[in-house]
Design a protein around this ligand. Structure first.
Ligand SMILES: Cc1cc2nc3c(=O)[nH]c(=O)nc-3n(C[C@H](O)[C@H](O)[C@H](O)COP(=O)(O)O)c2cc1C
Ligand SMILES: O=C(O)C(=O)c1ccccc1
Length: 368
């Protein structure tokens, strides 16, 4: 039996399958799952498949250059690692393996506030591989400013180059798989290591990560005043919020629906991207994550105006399947695919791509 057309196995899909055989099914559901009916989760991938790339020809573009600059950090590929929680549940080396592989690939790691390894250990592992490795810290603003401040100091001391503030989680999304499995906490022997020794934390234990619907632009402004680190706002979908974020002095935006794990009715991120780019693309870098599974997906997002894109689950698949080597394989595969697709599109780099090169599949008949 052959796979349905469009479903041929890829390096990433094979790592996903291997991860599935290695993971505890409860943890696999936690990593793979989305909110509610998992519509946003499915649509992130499907929306890329509804788009096509119109190649340009005979442009003499030469070999592709996949490198981009992200907030002053050089990335060898326009793909960064999006923050994902609890990586030690995927592999014993957890966040350390991800940090080493990402540093070796020469791209940016966004490490989660909900990591099972302390941020200082994550940055140390990355820097041991590459002295100038870029690690950014993902932050959920906490209702207590003292707690937020302590987390920011921790990220600063660890040498993080930016704070990535996740703003799409005024409450935790409903995850039906986790509810069914009764998965709501880390198992014994694992902890959210960044949450130790914070104001209000129990002696020897960790403070729970709070999500709060009370947070506002005022809280973001307070954060800006409390740090010199650039701030990336994660979870932007509405162009008016993009404009407001730019007005507030945010350094970059990350168009994201949290991998379909928060608002299930949220649009696919690649469908939300063009309006955000139109609103603020000339003022600050616009990043995207959600559903990126191939070099074509990356190039489509770049042609629509993204500076770079993030991958969440693909990194977890590599990690669960093969540890550090698996994460390295995911990033190398995407780098090679991006280079190949750029060349096939007649582009040396993302600056050669134009918006008109992205078309919607299935609408071509009207033009005939
Ligand atoms: C298992 C898992 C854990 C996640 N944990 C976090 C997190 O701690 N903080 C955060 O901002 N986003 C988190 N996300 C969302 C990712 O940063 C990212 O937006 C999403 O995974 C991108 O979609 P993709 O998985 O299709 O690549 C998580 C996603 C997954 C799948
Ligand atoms: O699962 C998630 O998507 C997530 O963001 C998260 C945040 C805190 C703890 C665990 C997971």
């Amino acid at each position: 039996m052959t796979a349905d057309s469009g479903d041929a196995p890829t390096v990433l899909s094979e790592l996903r399958e291997k991860a599935g055989t290695r993971l505890d099914p409860v943890h696999r559901d936690f990593f793979e799952g989305g909110a509610d009916a998992e519509i946003a989760l499915a649509e992130n991938e499907r929306a890329f498949r509804r788009l096509a790339l119109l190649p340009r020809i005979l442009r003499g573009s030469g070999p592709a250059d996949t490198a981009v600059t992200l907030l002053g950090d050089r990335a060898a590929l326009p793909v960064f690692v999006s923050p994902t929680a609890f990586q030690r549940l995927a592999h014993p080396d957890g966040e350390l393996a991800t940090a080493r592989a990402t540093a070796a690939a020469g791209t940016v790691l966004i490490t989660s506030m909900a990591s099972t390894t302390a941020v200082a250990e994550v940055t140390a592992a990355a820097r041991a591989v590459r002295a100038d490795a870029a690690v950014w810290f993902q932050l959920y603003l906490q209702p207590s400013p003292e707690v937020t401040d302590a987390l920011v100091r921790r990220a600063e001391r660890a040498g993080c180059g930016a704070l990535v503030v996740t703003a799409d989680s005024p409450v935790f999304g409903h995850r039906a798989r986790d509810d069914r499995n009764g998965f709501h906490d880390l198992p014994a022997g694992f902890a959210a290591e960044n949450m130790r020794d914070l104001p209000g934390a129990p002696q020897g234990g960790t403070l729970d990560i709070a999500m709060s619907p009370g947070l506002s632009w005022d809280d973001l402004r307070r954060l800006r005043a409390a740090t010199r680190l650039p701030i990336v706002l994660k979870g932007v979908l509405h162009p008016d919020d993009a404009r407001r974020a730019a007005d507030e002095g945010v350094a970059a935006l990350l168009v994201s629906n949290h991998g379909g794990r928060q608002l299930d009715a949220a649009p696919a991120t690649v469908e939300a991207l063009p309006a955000v780019v139109a609103a603020v693309g000339d003022r600050l870098p616009v990043l995207l994550d959600g559903g990126v599974r191939s070099g074509s997906d990356v190039v489509i997002a770049l042609a629509l105006g993204a500076t770079a894109v993030g991958v969440g689950r693909p990194v977890l698949w590599g990690l669960a399947a093969e540890g550090e080597a698996g994460v390295a394989r995911v990033l190398e595969q995407l780098r090679a695919e991006v280079a190949h697709v750029l060349t096939l599109c007649g582009a040396r780099d993302s600056g050669d791509l134009t918006r008109d090169q992205v078309v919607v599949r299935g609408l071509g008949v009207a033009e005939c």
